[in-house]
Design a protein around this ligand. Structure first.
Ligand code: MIC
Ligand code: SF4
Length: 643
């Protein structure tokens, strides 16, 4: 039996375990990335680990999420990250250099290598044939320290592409089609490989749009073969030497195969508030729109921007629409400027934003009250735009540009002939905003600069053997980390200040939660299925930890969030019978006894005090995860056991 691409890469990086389903594997990590919003915590963790220099082949710290520096808080965060990166051997990508995933793809990603990043869209680099996985900041810190990255053995999915995209139909529509088929839970626990004849028709930036949105399926990673397209992209970036060919064996076996004929696809949109709520652009053509945003790590490549510029050239956006455009990187921005396309964008009435995440994480450009915004981004969760009652649709750059022109969701095929754009064969290489770290000899003299907003890492406590916990909150299905720990302009300044940030915890769901949880002391949260989907932010575990949450009981968990809970020292448990979810209400008291023995068995019974009824719960913890919980979290465990 042959191997899939991912199996080949897992085997080549395996430090512990084997690929038997149900087990846990430890992987050697070649590269890491962090961004500013999760980076401060990751580097505080790295400082705690007790090594003096990273042990990866390449680690990069990007500043891209909260670049506006509205107050001293984020400016201080950036300065801290710059100093700690310099000292510890990490490359530093300055604010303005671009969105981490776009810049990493352009300058550092390599086929055949492993990457973990403290951002859930790290799998973007799978577009170049890299095994790239999103993780919590503490896991990234351990990997920077030379430690392994642990994941459950993933299932192997294949998306078999045939045909060729029609004019006006794009890689984004391929992502949305797969979301329609699999839903936001459909990829959990899997690595999605893209194969078939149709793959050859997709360029690396298009592939990266697709692997990026594997995160919305809950997949561990998504990966394309490394082929002539990969070589052409690397050559254009002056990195031909990084090319290695990669493909799965003809007799590789997949757990699931999904066929998509590219020729049959049409322009799609994801309707509010979930990326899997799919309709055709045509069906939604009576929806009036007040805002359009083009950019984000999903759709900000030069190809995307040139296409948008060609659509908008010589035209003007509708009076009712406000249009923002954020190029993905300095490279894209400069090339747009050099070829004149930037001028076409500006002339059309677009507002050009910095090369950063910006509106995608609610940093500015919030829609008007009850407004409808069409975005080329990957997430449309309620409240994420910064306007609680806004309605966000996700669409391709082509659909977004057409919509900006008309003021209504517009199937771009109605615009007539597809403008032809040519992407240059070589890109403009300007790495001046990528600062190298200090040499090992100079590193000891580098001082770490810590502003007053940078507070120490919150400490977990070893999991007690017995816990009596009131339910401080009960929530429904598909709760995202944006519900648990919102981002946006108000909250992002406190990413390195958990006590302050915790006051916003679950704010989208119930603003009274932080006060109630604090008053209760220790408590537990009850969730539905796919609890914690979305981002990798470990703040969605650290803030509840700070507020006293010790256990989360849910119907099922998203992978990164479950790992973050354990790393924080919070026990995740799932209902054996999902109907037991209905038996619990806020204020109930749950007693957990003999927890130490029970977690070794993977079976926990809790007693619901109100009805005196036992409820069966479980969670498959690896031996290492049990040790992490008993130590009081990953940092405490790493101090005891080393990386
Ligand atoms: C996101 O897209 O949700 C984010 C913001 O990039 C997060 C990281 C964060 O919360 O800082 C992610 O995807 O992991
Ligand atoms: Fe940034 Fe948005 Fe991409 Fe997250 S999804 S990394 S916020 S651009």
């Amino acid at each position: 039996m042959g191997d899939t691409i991912a199996q080949k890469m897992l085997k080549a990086h395996l430090l512990e375990g084997d690929l038997t389903p149900g087990g846990d594997i430890a992987l050697k990590i070649d590269q890491t990335l962090t961004q500013d919003a999760t980076g401060t915590m990751a580097y505080l963790a790295l400082e705690n680990i007790g090594i003096d220099r990273v042990r990866t082949e390449r680690s990069v710290a990007y500043i891209d999420h909260n670049t506006l520096q509205c107050g001293f808080e984020n400016a201080d965060d950036h300065q801290y990250i710059q100093s700690v990166a310099k000292k510890y051997g990490v490359w530093f990508s300055r604010p303005g250099n671009g969105i981490c995933h776009q810049v990493h793809l352009e300058r550092f990603a390599k086929p055949g290598k492993t990457l973990i990043g403290s951002d859930s869209h790290t799998p973007t680099a799978g577009g170049i044939g890299m095994l790239a996985i999103g993780a919590g900041g503490m896991d990234v810190a351990v990997a920077m320290g030379g430690g392994a990255y642990h994941i459950p053995v993933p299932k192997m999915f294949l998306v078999n592409l045939s045909g060729k995209l029609s004019p006006w139909v794009t890689a984004k529509d391929v992502s949305l089609e797969l979301l329609r088929i699999l839903t936001v839970k459909g990829g959990v626990g899997s690595i999605i490989e893209w194969g078939g004849e149709g793959v050859r028709t997709l360029t690396v930036p298009e592939r990266a749009t697709i692997t990026n949105m594997g995160a919305e399926l809950g997949a561990t990673a998504s990966i394309f073969p490394s082929d002539e397209q990969t070589l052409a992209f690397l050559r254009a970036q002056g990195r031909e030497a990084d090319f290695v060919p990669l493909q799965s064996d003809p007799d590789a076996v997949f757990d699931k195969v999904i066929d998509i004929d590219l020729s049959n696809l049409k322009p799609l949109v994801a309707c509010p508030h979930s990326p899997d709520n799919i309709a055709s652009a045509e069906e939604k053509s009576n929806v009036a729109v007040s805002q359009v945003c083009i950019g984000s790590c999903t759709n900000s490549s030069l190809r995307d921007m040139l296409r948008v510029a060609a659509i908008l050239k010589g035209k003007h956006i509708a009076d009712s629409v406000s249009l923002s455009i954020s190029p993905g990187s300095k490279q894209v921005f400069r090339m747009l400027a050099d070829c004149g396309a930037l001028s076409d964008l500006i002339a059309s009435g677009a507002r050009i934003l910095e090369c950063a995440c910006g509106p995608c994480i609610g940093m500015g450009f919030s829609p008007v009250s009850g407004g409808i915004s069409v975005r080329t981004f990957n997430r449309s969760f309620e409240g994420r735009s910064g306007t609680r009652d806004a309605q966000v649709y996700l669409a391709s750059p082509e659909t977004a540009a057409a919509t900006a022109l008309t003021g209504f969701i517009t199937d771009p095929r109605t615009l007539g002939a597809y403008p032809s754009v040519s992407v240059p064969e070589t890109f403009l290489i300007d790495d001046s905003a990528l600062l190298p770290p200090a040499s090992p000899e100079e590193a000891s003299a580098v001082a770490i600069v810590r502003g007053p907003n940078i507070r120490p890492f919150p400490k977990g406590e070893p999991l007690p053997d017995r816990l009596k916990l009131p339910v401080s909150l009960k929530v429904g299905d598909n709760i995202t980390t944006d519900h648990i720990m919102p981002a946006g302009a108000k909250v992002l300044p406190y990413r390195s200040n958990i006590p302050q940030m915790a006051d916003f915890c679950f704010g989208v769901v119930d603003e009274t939660f932080p006060m109630r949880a604090k008053a209760l002391g220790r408590s537990c949260v009850v969730g539905g299925s796919n609890y914690g989907q979305g981002s990798s932010r470990e703040h969605a575990a650290l803030a509840p930890l700070y507020l006293g949450v010790r256990v989360v009981v849910a119907k099922s968990f998203a992978r990164i969030h479950a790992a973050n809970l354990i790393n924080a020292g919070i026990l995740p448990l799932t209902f054996d019978d999902p109907n037991d979810y209905d038996a619990l209400q806020e204020g109930d008291v749950l007693t957990f006894s003999n927890l130490h023995e029970a977690i070794h068995q993977g079976k926990v019974t809790t007693l619901l005090e109100r009805t005196n009824r036992p409820i069966a719960l479980s969670y498959p913890l690896s031996k290492r995860q049990i040790r992490i919980l008993l130590a009081g979290g990953l940092l405490a465990y790493t101090k005891e056991a080393g990386v």
